[in-house]
Design a protein around this ligand. Structure first.
Ligand code: PLP
Length: 269
């Protein structure tokens, strides 16, 4: 936590994630969300994706030396208050990022355990889930899995009902991380959009009206980046979650009638 008044009001927030050439998800969504929620955004790019609203056509991993060089350049100069981690791609990158985070220990760390895009494209090697669990989760203040990611993290089946979701709580509570924000969007409920915060043995549901739209590309990236930014501004976890959820709801609503690309369009910041 910086004593510098300027950075307390406008925290420096680092996103460590993949680039989306279509501008809707990944680093691009994070920078927009961090800027719109009052932070100064900087970025470490872990992978390039050739991507648009219809899907990912190619992924090019960034070499480990270059990921490390970006991390050292940012942490060696900027007073980073909060970090959001998104797409990492493989175990080697998870190891590099975890090692640097252990050394610099930012005050707030949000880990979005990105695995597969909503269009079904693989964004994390299958054998890397274990590294994520062992190396990165213990460092996080909160992780933000969607239902498939949560199921993969605890080796459970993807739930299809609310009671199925509740059956994940115990396993998620046993993960080695401080808190889990489980996102319920995949349930495709008609009128509600519930997310659950599991922290200190308690579960709190954040339930808002669902916006019906195909334009949901980058929602997960946006939520976790906004959450990191609000934590960086000093909000306590529950308040930061509820404020970030309010932000993503507004962003989905604002983008719901835009025509950007021919596939699942992005949210509007
Ligand atoms: N591309 C990148 C680089 C991402 O980090 C992510 C998600 O985290 C996605 C694509 C997937 O976004 P969505 O599932 O919202 O389409």
């Amino acid at each position: 936590r910086s004593s510098n008044t300027h950075s307390r009001h406008k925290p420096i927030v680092l996103t460590i994630a993949g680039s989306d050439s279509g501008g809707g998800a990944g680093i691009q969504a994070d920078i927009k969300a961090i800027s719109a929620t009052g932070g100064y955004a900087c970025s470490v790019i872990t992978a390039l994706t050739a991507q648009n609203t219809r899907g990912v056509s190619a992924v090019h991993p960034v070499p480990q030396e270059m990921i490390r060089a970006q991390l050292e350049a940012v942490f060696g100069d900027l007073q980073v208050t909060a970090v959001k981690v998104g797409m990492l791609g493989d175990s080697a990158t998870i190891g590099t990022v975890a090692e640097v985070l252990r050394r610099y220990r930012p005050a707030h760390l949000v880990v979005d355990p990105v695995m597969v895009s909503a269009n079904g494209d693989m964004l994390l090697a299958e054998d890397a889930v274990n590294s994520l669990r062992q190396e990165l989760l213990p460092l996080a203040d909160v992780i933000t899995p969607n239902l498939p990611e949560a199921a993969a993290l605890i080796g459970a089946r993807l739930p299809a009902t609310l009671s199925g979701v509740e059956s994940l709580f115990e396993g998620l509570g046993n993960l080695d991380c401080a808190a889990v924000l489980l996102k319920g969007g995949f349930l495709q409920q008609e009128s509600r959009s519930p997310d659950w915060l599991l922290s200190g043995g308690e579960v709190r549901c954040f339930d808002t009206p669902r916006v019906i739209t195909a334009n949901t590309h980058g929602t997960g990236c946006t939520l976790s980046a906004a959450l990191a930014c609000y934590l960086g501004q000093g909000l306590a976890l529950e308040m930061a979650v509820s404020t970030a959820k309010h932000y993503i709801d507004k962003a989905i609503l604002a983008g719901s009638n835009l025509r950007i690309g021919q596939g699942r369009g992005p949210v509007e910041h």
